[in-house]
Design a protein around this ligand. Structure first.
Ligand SMILES: [Zn+2]
Length: 488
């Protein structure tokens, strides 16, 4: 058999002040035909896995695009169309294929397209016809629609947040996709709209229980995969919101019953789960009273959700409170990095830092800094690979250490900091600009994790998000979205 594979995505925050253009893809992840072999980026890993598994079966593999942009605002229309058309041109050139596997994000929007994944999968379906199996792996922060579920044969979502199971899900999708292509299973999907906005950390008990239940339910006869689509709330697009998805073999009544059961368990999280969050003032009051190492997440300025990662709200609070022994990062400020690199290690200089991209970033800070270390082409681990941070510097401001960098990314892992030759254990508080992906690497070395809700592009105040294109009421914007009526 012949397999066609491609990876294309970003997570679009329609409230982000950062347009997503071609430079973002080029600097984050872009390969035309060999991304799976060339890149360590987590988004490229499924391509490597699918190629290896297909070759082990003696199948032929045609690999197309492998592209991902650091989350930001809508992708420029011309950039989206060029990327989309690259995949379609490669598929045409591939000739007859028996199965297609796509690694997409699921929350990508362009200037004139609210649902890039749907547009791509529909175009792929048009090209390959109704008999060819199309399988799609999506991030759980996606927007699902009945049209997408109808256009693809199989959709498999990550289950974990932090996303520690990208590769496991890729293996599953390959396994079921190939069986479907051989006619040995008949995948069917069912979807339920849960009309909820939220963030659900799978490290927290009620969400953990749900994921464990999902995994157990997959051991039932003819059940292939269960997906809890968390949705990505910061997107004013028609399908924003949480959904339940099930994938079964050949039994529509099983799919319907199971998706209702899953949706019921997701809806129950409205009462069962409230993620703990502190204000900046609450965190500043709490931190001095704590022993050991506190890891503090600046969740609203998470680059992984489309934020600039240059917000100064929390850093300003820490400077005002006086928090020596703390480490803060990573502030995306290419201009400040350039100045510090020119000044060199050991230099002491006045530096205007952060707060540059827009009102969500707050005001810049004018600081007297000492450049402790400079690292060229810094990287940070995520999943099985490493992501670029650009050039980076470690600064000191009266005992408070700050990491700044030139390629926008979230702090996925402690090595974002330890590559400067420092030890986390030497700090009392370590701040990470990340919503949850940091957790897998930092929680094991921390005495506690504290989530702080500062202002920002990824603010967790879902009631204030303007989502007129959602087209239906959503919890918690209304308390009962199913009795509130559907907006026209
Ligand atoms: Zn995600």
């Amino acid at each position: 058999m012949k397999l066609f594979i491609a990876a294309l995505g970003t997570e679009t925050n329609t409230f982000s002040p950062l347009p997503t253009g071609r430079q973002n893809f080029d600097e984050t992840l872009y390969h035309r035909h060999d991304g799976g072999a060339q890149s360590e980026h987590y988004f490229a890993q499924p391509l490597r896995i699918w190629r290896e598994m297909a070759l082990a079966h003696g199948d032929e593999v045609v690999e197309s695009l492998c592209a991902f942009a650091q989350p930001g605002g809508r992708t420029r229309q011309s950039v989206w169309e060029t990327l989309r058309d690259s995949v379609l041109a490669d598929l045409r050139h591939a000739g007859e294929v028996q199965y297609v596997l796509l690694k997409l994000h699921g929350a990508m929007a362009a200037d004139a397209c609210d649902d890039c994944e749907l547009e791509l999968v529909l175009a792929v379906r048009d090209l390959v016809g109704p008999e060819v199996t199309i399988g799609v792996e999506l991030d759980l922060h996606c927007h699902l629609s009945p049209r997408l579920a109808a256009a693809a044969n199989l959709i498999v979502l990550y289950k974990e947040y932090p996303h520690t199971d990208v590769n496991e899900r890729a293996v599953e999708l390959f396994t079921y996709g190939r069986l479907a292509a051989m006619g040995e299973i008949r995948p069917l999907m069912a979807l339920r709209d849960c009309r909820m906005l939220g963030v659900w950390r799978t490290s927290d008990a009620p969400v953990r229980e749900l994921v464990d239940w999902m995994t157990a339910a997959e051991r039932r006869d003819n059940v292939l995969s269960l997906g809890f689509c968390h949705g990505f709330p910061w997107a004013d697009v028609p399908n924003v919101g949480a959904q339940a998805l099930v994938l079964v073999d050949g039994d529509p009544s099983l799919a319907d019953a199971l998706v209702d059961e899953l949706a019921g368990r997701i809806l129950a999280l409205r009462e069962r789960y409230q993620p703990a969050l502190l204000t900046i003032d609450e965190a500043m009051a709490l931190l001095p009273t704590l022993a050991g190492l506190s890891v503090v997440a600046d969740i609203a300025d998470n680059a992984g959700g489309g934020a600039a990662s240059d917000a100064t709200w929390l850093l300003r609070g820490m400077l005002a409170a006086g928090t020596p022994g703390a480490l803060f990062g990573a502030v995306w400020d290419p201009v400040a990095v350039r100045i510090c690199m020119e000044a060199g290690e050991g230099a002491r200089l006045p530096l205007r830092l952060g707060g540059k991209v827009g009102p969500q970033s707050g005001q810049p800070l004018d600081l007297a800094v000492t450049v402790l270390r400079v690292v060229e082409n810094a990287t940070v681990t995520f999943g099985a690979g490493r992501q670029p941070m650009g050039d980076a510097a470690l600064l000191d401001v009266d005992g408070l250490h700050i990491v700044i960098n030139s390629i926008r990314t979230q702090v996925f892992h402690p090595d974002a900091y330890t590559q400067f030759g420092i030890r986390l254990a030497d700090y009392r508080a370590v701040v990470v600009k990340s919503a949850q992906h940091f957790y897998a690497g930092f929680a094991p070395v921390a005495d506690r994790v504290i989530y702080v809700a500062a202002p920002g592009t990824v603010s967790p105040d879902f009631t204030s998000l303007a989502l007129p294109r959602a087209g239906r009421p959503l919890w918690p914007q209304v308390s009962d979205p199913f009795s509130a009526g559907v907006a026209p």
